[in-house]
Design a protein around this ligand. Structure first.
Ligand code: BV8
Ligand code: ZN
Length: 238
């Protein structure tokens, strides 16, 4: 049976499905990925921008990078890949979407249960009063932006060296271990602990299907590799 038929067959039979997405699912919406050609990190090193040390050293530089990304994401819309995941969620009694993306396109597409492992680019935290608040101003009128209390705000995302939000991995591991089918979509599987969900789901007995335009470090681990753009392949699984 061809891979696509096999994947569709497993997905149709499954009562519980979990999905892990990365930047690749937003690529066809015009949002640059991190590590591919034209990637966000091609001219910078992630460590120079997405770390607490980088922010402490130069909050304005880090905010200029996030402001630039917010401007790109503000013009982006969910693509058929995001929308196909909403259809799967509607059809499955048990469904969890786990995303590494901070762009909010899964929310815009209408996904319900979303575990945002790495936070949300449309939220900010105040370094002083610790408030956590939404902010969709594009472009930011002043950088770094400040909280109503006067304190400096940081992006509401998880940087390298920072722990994921409390309880988030527990919930993600629970979803991965109780899934009959685990879809891994558009991630280079380079970042931990998110990437550990793939072998975790496999060990727990899920059929693991990878959708990516190129092979990744997980391609050997998964049960089925569908090579191609998520915006084309995901609708074909419905
Ligand atoms: C933590 C910030 C502990 C928000 C991000 C050595 C070994 C192993 C691990 C480590 C290590 N040294 C350090 C670590 C831990 C570190 C880590 O994993 N480093 C890696 C780089 C080695 N992890 C951490 O620091 C994490 N925290 O471990 O804390 C701890 C515990 C307690 C107390 C203190 C500390 C935090 C990780 C979060 C980092 N933040 N982002 C932001 O600015 O966005 S990670 C960043 O990478 C993004 O969030 C992104 O989501 C994530 C993963 O990237 P991808 O989504 O996979 O995107 P990428 O570009 O890489 O790949 C795109 C893929 O799509 C490609 O495969 C491409 O082929 C494909 N594609 C392209 N187009 C399409 C497509 N596929 C389908 N269709 C298409 N059209
Ligand atoms: Zn404040």
């Amino acid at each position: 049976m061809a891979d696509l038929e096999q994947a569709r067959d497993w997905l149709t039979q499954a009562k519980s499905v979990a999905i892990l997405t990365g930047a690749g699912i937003s690529a066809e919406s015009g949002v640059p990925t991190f590590r591919g050609a034209g990637g966000l990190w091609k001219d910078h090193k992630a460590e120079d921008l997405a770390t607490p040390e980088a922010f402490a050293r130069d909050p304005r530089l880090v905010w200029e990078w996030y402001n630039w990304r917010r401007e790109i994401i503000a013009k982006a819309a969910p693509n058929p890949g995001h929308k196909a995941l909403v259809q799967i969620e509607i059809r499955k009694p048990r469904f969890t979407l786990i995303t590494q993306n901070v762009d909010g396109l899964h929310d815009m597409a209408g996904s319900g249960k979303i575990l945002k492992l790495h936070g949300d680019i449309w939220r900010m935290h105040c370094l002083d009063c610790k408030a956590n608040f939404p902010n969709r101003r594009v472009p930011l009128p002043k950088m770094p932006p400040h909280c109503a209390c006067g304190g400096m705000a940081r992006p509401g995302v998880v940087w390298f060296g920072e722990p994921l939000p409390e309880g988030m991995m527990k919930e993600a591991e629970h979803a991965a271990s109780s899934a009959e089918v685990f879809l891994v979509v558009g991630t280079s599987a380079a970042v931990y602990p998110a990437a550990s969900l793939v072998p975790y789901a496999k060990q727990a007995g899920a059929k693991v299907i990878e959708i990516n335009t190129e092979p990744t470090s997980m391609s050997k681990v998964v049960d089925c590799v569908l090579q191609g753009p998520a915006g084309e392949l995901l609708p074909k699984l419905l």
